[in-house]
Design a protein around this ligand. Structure first.
Ligand code: NAP
Ligand code: F7E
Length: 327
């Protein structure tokens, strides 16, 4: 077992919770950054769902506040730092482009600066994103595909991505980017399309709703499971050399086909309930994403383990249980 200390920003989010669980299983002492909220009782609901809230040490601070990050890094003296905090919802990034740039872009530099200043020997992971490929320049995207972001979120992530590479090359930090394609789970925020679908289907099944309203169902995504993807994050920081890796399944599916899996799982017909709402279309769309995980497979020995069908069914089942408990 390890006696390493890990610091996770974004520990209250989907990936932060799964990563905390993985690192605790490996014997790490896990520390997390939490921003102050008036929702005191619910901010750690994902960690509680995974049964690890009591085992992590949470620290107040904000990625926007360099002084709080400096103090946190000084106090924790981490061996590994995972920067998962972000304004991560693409739709919101058109409404709040400046805040998205500050958190998702500049926020990464606050933590890079803190690591460089206080513990330059620590290993650093940056949560980069397939959204940076945006208007795709190659049918299958790899580490060598040129970027063309299509949202303020994608642009902010690209800035953080290149700053991570620059800190690696300028200051010798062990800093790696994981270019992760979409990954989901029962802990996914309900604003993202998979969870919106599984929650919506569960509500229809239980008689709590009649329809599910979606935007562009022709968009295609390469969807994997968050539980599998956090393993790739950890593996990147176990390598002798820092590097950048695409993490994906190598399979792409339309939003409509993903929805059909969810409806089929509870014995409902999608065409009886799905409503297309033009208000939910985006100012600019990323039409299709399809990643090539060959480098992660060969160098890290990483494999996606959960097929889309199994993941969507797990999510529908979890939403049915959650909603039944709530009534
Ligand atoms: P998420 O569920 O939206 O979690 C985001 C986390 O960031 C939350 O813990 C949130 O805290 C925190 N945060 C936001 N602003 C902050 C601030 N100013 N200071 C401190 N913490 C702040 O995202 P996720 O799906 O777990 O994704 C994790 C990371 O991977 C993100 O950087 C995301 O952009 C990136 N990514 C995700 C995917 C994906 O498909 N899931 C793919 C590629 C990259 P609160 O709980 O207080 O809101
Ligand atoms: O949309 C379409 C939408 O919001 C997927 C984030 O984790 O992955 C995520 O970004 C697709 C898009 O994820 C609705 O237009 C149709 O084409 O689930 P999403 P995203 O935008 O791909 C990347 C890799 C990240 O890094 C991000 O942080 O689904 N879509 N109808 C819809 N999407 C939503 N949210 N809601 C709808 O009603």
């Amino acid at each position: 077992m390890s006696s390493k200390r890990a610091l996770i920003t974004g520990i209250t989010g989907q990936d932060g919770a799964y990563l905390a669980q993985l690192l605790l299983q490996k014997g790490y002492s896990v520390h997390g950054l939490v921003r102050r909220s008036s929702h005191a009782g619910v901010f750690d609901h994902r960690l509680k769902w995974l049964g690890c809230a009591a085992d992590v040490r949470l620290h107040d601070g904000n990625l926007l506040d360099l002084s709080s990050i400096l103090r946190l890094v000084q106090e924790v003296q981490p061996d590994e730092v995972y920067n998962l905090a972000a304004q991560s919802f693409v739709t919101a990034s058109w409404q709040q482009p400046l805040l998205t740039g500050q958190i998702t872009g500049l926020g990464a530099v606050n933590i890079l600066e803190s690591v460089r200043t206080i513990c330059p020997q620590a290993r650093f992971y940056q949560a980069s994103s397939s959204e940076m490929f945006g208007l795709i320049q190659e049918t299958v995207q790899s580490e060598n595909t040129p970027f063309y972001p299509r949202s303020p979120y994608g642009v902010a992530k690209l800035y953080a991505h290149w700053m991570t590479i620059n800190y690696r090359e300028s200051f010798g930090l062990h800093a790696s980017n994981g270019i992760l394609f979409n990954h989901e789970s029962p802990l996914r925020g309900v604003e993202f399309v998979t969870r919106k679908v599984t929650d919506g289907v569960a509500r229809i099944k239980l008689g709590m709703a009649k329809e599910l309203r979606l935007g562009n169902i022709d968009a295609k995504r390469d969807w994997g499971h968050a539980r599998d993807y956090v393993k790739a994050m950890w593996l990147m920081l176990q390598q002798d050399q820092p590097d950048d890796y695409v993490v994906a399944t190598g399979r792409t599916t339309t939003v409509r086909a993903m929805c059909e899996i969810a409806f089929r799982h509870v014995g409902l017909n999608i065409d009886d309930h799905l409503v297309i709402d033009p208000a939910l279309f985006r100012p600019a769309e990323v039409d299709v994403l399809l990643g090539n995980p060959a480098k992660a497979q060969s160098v890290l020995g990483w494999q996606p383990e959960t097929p889309l069908e199994a993941m969507i069914e797990e999510m529908v089942t979890a939403d049915l249980e959650r909603l039944r408990r709530a009534v």
